[in-house]
Design a protein around this ligand. Structure first.
Ligand SMILES: [Cu+2]
Length: 120
């Protein structure tokens, strides 16, 4: 009986999520583009996701080729709900890695990483 109730609850939750159509977050595009080589760093690092992300519970990290973390601050101002942006410091030529972690609207924490290169 307990198992049946649990199954029903799980099914109801599953249906609820499906009906709400809230998949967890996927990175759609970014500036700089993943795996790209750019002549100069853009002023802003920008990531666009497939849906709204919980910004206060999301993080962006930027690491240089030596694996050193460069300080990045997510702006407190909202902007589009599906984007995470951070002002970039001036970056020397070289390879960089962006690591991101977001809390999806479905409650799942999703993370990923990509690299880009600056070569004037
Ligand atoms: Cu999810």
């Amino acid at each position: 009986m307990t198992r049946l109730v649990a199954t029903l609850v799980v099914s109801a939750l599953g249906l609820g999520w499906a009906a709400a159509a809230v998949p967890h977050s996927l990175l759609l595009e970014s500036t700089p583009t993943a795996d790209s080589t750019v002549a100069a760093a853009p002023p802003t690092l920008s990531l666009r996701f497939n849906n709204r992300v919980e910004k206060p519970l999301s993080r962006l990290r930027l690491l240089n080729a030596r694996g050193e973390s460069l300080s990045l601050a997510l702006p407190a101002s909202p902007g589009p709900a599906d984007r995470l942006t951070a002002a970039l410091p001036s970056l020397a030529p070289g390879a960089y890695r962006v690591e991101w972690q977001v809390l999806s609207t479905d409650g799942h924490v999703v993370s990923g990483r990509f690299t880009f290169r600056i070569a004037p």
